[in-house]
Design a binder for this molecule. Structure first.
Ligand SMILES: Cc1ncc(COP(=O)(O)O)c(C=O)c1O
Length: 403
């Protein structure tokens, strides 16, 4: 039997395919430049430094950042979140030894925040996890209620990688601004998908992957610090920067303060091409395409009559194109395996590294969900075929089907 054509619906893990320019930029860097950026004075090394600088600038254009040097490259979004949270707590401990430290996060957050918080708890940091409603939305007022005198940071995930729910980050930013507490936003599922404006939304720290909505390669990501935040966030890694090398302490200037060691310049060359692709297309146009796919999914989704439940809201304006589905008689892993075997549809079953989100929607104890997630190259036909394949699996097990 012929293998069915592949339909990649795991864009929430990493986007695929990438725009052609991303690969071309990486090949060009690998074959024509090659050098470690800024460490040498020769032209190729300067060219590498220009690529890093250009990428920082274009990222600022994308999310309204004020200072390109405050864009720090990381390995991925997890690395950026670790730097923000550990760096901030380290800063408090240095400035105010013995002070109580309290962090606020949410039930919808990913393990890249929850596990960092658990690690810090071992060392006496207090953490409040604000609950979400049954669709995965967190009330800004509940964040306000969780903030205390000793709260040093609020960390929220912008778009859930389970329910797709988009938090009202602007309202949360206002709450944090009034309380004088910095706001860290995990934009893993939102940057490149929906408009993000750090100034308008009151975001102090923005953590993002390069390999999802920004269309860059895996191994890329970044943290944007609102100018001034560098006084609060200590570096968590020290090493060579090619600057102030006569001193054996980390330089204070950005981005060197946080970027020790050789860069993934090959990756950033690809990321730059990805960001430029998004900017050229326009985030609002990417979003329109995604909203169209959400509509197509909701129309074609087999629904409750066939034993299915879609996690999260059906309101396209309040969600991204991440569709976690469960079936009353078929386990999530069986759905994912059946979709691949029968229709070449590639989704991801399980808890998606977000146990709090699954607990919120009642799927933690039952193996999570099967998640299908779209990207800018997904078509309406892809989504319809995936939904048709889901319906076929339900029919095969005799729930709400024809046989
Ligand atoms: C909401 C959320 N936060 C953080 C991450 C971690 O991103 P990365 O894989 O770039 O470390 C993910 C990855 O799926 C995610 O969905």
């Amino acid at each position: 039997m012929d293998r069915p054509a592949r339909i990649y619906l795991d864009n929430a893990a990493t986007s695929f395919p990438k725009p052609g320019g991303v690969l071309r930029a990486m090949v060009e860097y690998a074959t024509e430049v090659g050098a470690s950026p800024g460490r040498g004075s020769y032209a190729e090394s300067r060219r590498g430094a220009e690529i890093l600088a250009r990428c920082r600038g274009r990222l600022c254009e994308l999310f309204g950042g004020e200072s390109a040097s405050h864009v720090v490259f990381t390995h991925n979004c997890t690395d950026a979140l670790n730097l923000a949270i550990h760096g901030l707590v380290k800063g408090v401990r240095r400035r105010e030894p013995g002070a109580r430290v309290h962090l606020v996060t949410t039930a919808m957050d990913h393990n890249s925040v929850l596990r960092v918080c658990s690690d810090l708890r071992v060392d006496g940091v207090e953490v409040t996890r604000v609950p979400a409603d049954a669709e995965g939305f967190v009330e800004p007022a509940a964040i306000a209620g969780a903030i205390r005198r000793e709260t040093r940071l609020v960390s929220v995930v912008h778009a859930s990688n389970v329910t797709g729910s988009l938090q009202d980050v602007g309202a949360i930013g206002r709450v944090c601004g009034l309380a004088g507490v910095p706001l860290l936003v995990d934009a893993a599922q939102s940057l490149g998908h929906v408009p993000v404006d750090v100034r308008a939304m009151g975001i102090d720290l923005l953590a993002f992957p390069g390999h999802k909505g920004l269309m860059g390669p895996q191994g890329t990501g970044g943290l944007y610090l609102r100018p001034g935040m560098e006084a609060l966030v200590e570096p968590v890694r020290q090493g060579g920067t090619g600057s102030r090398s006569e001193r054996d302490v980390q330089p204070g200037e950005l981005p060197d303060r946080y970027e020790a060691g050789s860069h993934n310049t090959l990756g950033v060359a690809g990321l730059l091409a990805g960001v430029e692709w998004v900017l050229e297309r326009g985030v609002s146009s990417v979003r329109r395409h995604e909203v169209g796919l959400i509509g197509a999914f909701l129309r074609a989704f087999p629904g409750e009559a066939r034993g299915f439940r879609l996690l999260g809201t059906r309101d396209a304006a309040r969600r991204v194109g991440v569709f976690a589905v469960v079936h009353e008689a078929i386990a999530p892993w069986e759905l994912a395996a059946g979709l691949e075997e029968g229709a070449g549809v590639l989704g991801r079953a399980g808890l998606h590294c977000a146990p709090g989100a699954h607990e919120t929607v009642g799927t933690l104890a039952t193996g999570g969900a099967c998640r299908l997630s779209v990207g800018p190259f997904t078509t309406g036909e892809d989504v319809e075929r995936a939904c048709g394949a889901l319906a076929g699996l339900a029919s095969g097990c005799g729930v709400g089907g024809l046989g």
